[in-house]
Ligand binder design. Structure first.
Ligand SMILES: O=C(O)CCC(=O)C(=O)O
Ligand SMILES: [Fe+2]
Length: 321
């Protein structure tokens, strides 16, 4: 008998337009799929998202142009010069996402919602509010990356509403968290994995993401791996036009680990440069993340103390920089 092997995708595929559907049955089916992804690996592919391919392509194109700039020009935007310490350029090796191993090979540019120095939030010293640092000589860079990040924010809000519904909570349950969110759009450049790499020296060390949800667009290089509880590291190859979405540590805290904030890493074995665009949606700094209704009982008491978004993020950054 002839058997045909069908390569199942490494992660479930969820359609954003179905999550937002006005048809209750369509939406319920999408919510059920989202729920099983949250419980299983905490990772999924997102399609039907409505982000124009042209905007994605243009964002990648600007990322390439930015990283190709001379080091002095990039260093002029060093994150150390930014008020928030996390807007601008990060040299390779600045972050060690898997503490105790060698620093990451990746190089990055970070931007967030732009708050001018005289904005009341900035004057009040609110966590992570400040102006961006933009490169010179790249007309359209700021507008493109900002438009891309706006699209990510739209999708992150849709996902948070979907996650609330997977827990039997009202769709607007996370609105307080979503208000004026701390969010970071990163552009990442990975050099090819060095032939003479030392043990543990990889593009991006094994880590979980810190916040609410992450939306990642990868180029065609591959290299992203996700930890499967049974099979170990599995590849999460790019599916053209789809995002990889994963849950961060706050969702694990909220759900008392019913939902998984999963380990992932990047080893760029493509032999060429790899570019990716992760967006991190981390919520309002003052919001208190606490065990959600229905996620703890006598048999499974709450494992985590309530914590503000700000304190949680400060703790995570201190551990990896
Ligand atoms: O570049 C990637 O594919 C993943 C990056 C990542 O996991 C991160 O920046 O947190
Ligand atoms: Fe990550």
């Amino acid at each position: 008998m002839l058997t045909v092997e069908i390569d199942a995708p490494a992660l479930p595929i969820v359609d954003a337009s179905e999550l937002a559907s006005a048809d209750d049955a369509v939406r319920a089916a999408a919510i059920a799929k989202l729920k099983s992804a949250c419980v299983d690996k905490g990772f999924l592919y997102l399609v039907g998202h409505g982000v124009p391919q042209e905007l994605i392509d243009r964002t990648f194109d600007y990322a390439k142009q930015f990283f190709a700039k001379p080091m002095e020009e990039k260093m002029a935007l060093d994150v150390a010069h930014s008020l928030t310490q996390n807007r601008g350029y990060e040299v390779p090796g600045l972050q060690t996402l898997d503490p105790g191993t060698l620093p990451d090979l990746k190089e990055s540019f970070l931007m967030g919602v732009d708050y001018p120095l005289d904005h009341p939030c900035v004057v009040a010293g609110q966590y992570n509010r400040g102006p961006n640092q933009w490169p010179e000589g790249l007309p359209g860079f700021k507008e493109t990356i900002s438009a891309y990040a706006d699209e990510m924010e739209r999708l992150a809000r849709l996902l948070m509403s979907g996650i609330a519904q997977t827990l039997g909570l009202p769709e607007d349950f996370f609105d307080d968290f979503n208000r004026d969110p701390v969010s970071v759009q990163r552009l990442l450049y990975y050099p090819p994995q060095p032939v003479a790499a030392r043990e543990g020296e990889i593009g991006c060390g094994a880590h979980t993401d810190f916040g609410g949800v992450t939306l990642l667009m990868q180029d065609d290089s591959g290299g992203l791996q996700v930890k499967d509880p049974v099979r170990g590291w599995v590849d999460a190859p790019p599916i053209p036009g789809s995002f990889v979405v994963n849950l961060g540590d706050m969702i694990a805290r909220w759900t008392n680990d019913r939902y998984r904030s999963n380990l992932h890493r990047v080893i760029n074995k493509s032999g060429k440069a790899r570019y990716s665009l992760p967006y991190f949606f981390d919520g309002h700094p003052d919001y208190v993340v606490d065990c959600l209704p229905g996620c703890a009982d006598e048999a499974n008491p709450s494992k985590y103390l309530p914590i503000t978004v700000e304190q949680h993020l400060r703790d995570c950054f201190a551990a990896t920089y």
